[in-house]
Design a binder for this molecule. Structure first.
Ligand SMILES: [Zn+2]
Length: 163
């Protein structure tokens, strides 16, 4: 999926998770952390948003394991969680992990899937939509509406066309 799709899905999924958990679904810091988490897995691709920001990591990583390798696995989610705890940024753990998981789920919708149980080479895919397709955009829009509802965006306050 495209970086923009990942950010929207990560933030929206966090808003829904927070609402279900009874927390503040619209907290900007947590939403930003979820968006960050949703971009992290593509650090294995030097041309991705995260990959361009962290080239010293993304270039060797892409050479070593290739795109959609270890960073798209359950092991990476645990490593990410551990790193946040060690860095003393535990408050970010929940939204970052939700964002990270949303990325894996979103990539699992595409035909190439994700190696969830890396180092096993088995790829998990629902084969629902191609990256950048209309179906992807439709899915992202639906998740965004759900996230907006969870975060308490007042739809009646949005500008409406006048006739
Ligand atoms: Zn990815």
């Amino acid at each position: 999926m495209m970086a923009g799709s990942h950010v929207v899905m990560g933030a929206a999924l966090w808003a829904v998770t927070a609402k279900l958990g009874g927390g503040p679904a619209g907290d900007p810091q947590a939403l930003a952390a979820a968006a960050l988490g949703s971009l992290l897995p593509d650090i294995d691709h030097p041309q991705s948003w995260a990959g361009r920001k962290l080239r010293p990591i993304s270039v060797p990583l892409s050479l070593l394991v290739g795109h959609r390798g270890i960073t798209h696995s359950a092991l990476a989610v645990l490593a990410c969680l551990g790193a946040l705890m060690v860095m003393g940024t535990g408050w970010m753990a929940a939204p970052v992990v939700v964002g990270y998981l949303s990325h894996l789920a979103a990539d699992a919708l595409t035909p190439s899937g994700v190696p969830l149980l890396w180092p096993s080479r088995r790829r998990f895919t629902l084969n629902l939509c191609e990256t950048g397709s209309f179906i992807e955009m439709g899915l992202v829009a639906a998740v965004a509406v759900l996230g907006g509802w969870a975060a308490g965006v007042d739809i009646s306050a949005l500008p409406r066309p006048r006739f």
